[in-house]
Write a protein that binds this ligand. Structure first.
Ligand code: SIN
Length: 275
């Protein structure tokens, strides 16, 4: 096995591990690497949808997306498709998945099916470092604070994208989570807000909450907290959704990435209630 770090903040490209091997020892190794690096990348993994599901089940119960219609015959898989002439793609700004749920996603396994020649890399940001490096005054203000996370406006997640379909659900979900959560497996503190879903810090007036949240959102996006993965077909990313933010870049410009499809298969594993 070889582990190549892809930035100073997080992320490792792993070779010499077969993701179709769901033995306890192989899974324990993958999970150990994941807790250490927060996002793992594997290339040339010629795995099937069933292999991807089997691996995902090793992490825990699978989660169904509340809005997106899954792949036919695979209720566990969302197929993320960017049409050739679309400039936008699903997941295109910094976020942590479904933080509006009571138990937001634990881990995501994303497999590349079709990749443009250029464009559409995925970026990740390390929320453990984001917490450690947070301004002391802001840290003090956030002590024991909670925030409201909401899916308000979620219809746009599918309506905006030509090739993605909703499952008909339009309900709004909103839940309160600690602004700083503790990772259930590593015990580390994590900054747990994101600009896509976090609407307000509780027990603060709206103006102060907006000011602090905007400051934190800027902080979370610092490039020195990030890594970036350039996809090839049959690659797999596995990330810890509790301790990271991510976004799919939309750098699809004429004469370059525009004019090509991008297709990914995504499986989410259910998390626990953040504490
Ligand atoms: C996502 O936000 O889950 C998708 C990211 C990507 O397709 O790069």
């Amino acid at each position: 096995m070889d582990v190549k770090l892809i930035s100073g903040a997080l992320g490792a490209e792993i070779s010499g591990i077969n993701l179709a091997d769901t033995s306890v020892s192989n899974f324990n190794l993958i999970n150990k690497l994941l807790l250490e690096h927060k996002v793992l990348f594997f290339r040339n993994q010629n795995i099937t949808a069933d292999d991807q599901i089997s691996l995902a089940k090793c992490f825990g119960p699978l989660e169904k997306h509340v809005y997106v219609k899954p792949r036919e015959n695979y209720p566990e898989i969302i197929r993320i498709i960017k049409g050739p002439n679309e400039k936008h793609q699903w997941g295109e700004t910094w976020h942590t998945d479904v933080s509006y749920n009571v138990k937001p996603t634990k881990v995501i396994i994303l497999r590349s099916v079709k990749i443009p020649p250029v464009g559409g890399d995925t970026m990740f940001s390390n929320m453990e470092i984001a917490y450690e490096t947070l301004d002391k005054e802001i840290k003090n203000k956030l002590k024991n604070k909670t925030a409201i996370h909401s899916s308000l406006g979620a219809a746009a997640f599918v309506d905006k994208y030509e090739k993605m379909s909703g499952n008909g659900n339009m309900d709004e979900y909103s839940n309160i989570h600690p602004v700083v959560r503790t990772h259930p497996e590593t015990g580390k503190k994590i900054l747990y807000v994101n600009s896509m879903y976090t609407k307000k810090i509780n027990d603060m007036d709206k103006k102060e909450s907006d000011e602090i949240l905007n400051e934190i959102f800027k902080h979370q996006e610092r490039l020195d907290f990030t890594c970036r993965f350039k996809w090839t077909e049959n690659a797999v990313a596995i990330w810890d959704n509790r301790s990271t933010l991510h976004q799919g870049l939309t750098d699809f410009f004429p004469g370059k990435g525009l004019g090509y499809e991008r297709i990914m298969d995504r499986i989410a594993i259910e998390g626990d209630k953040p504490h």
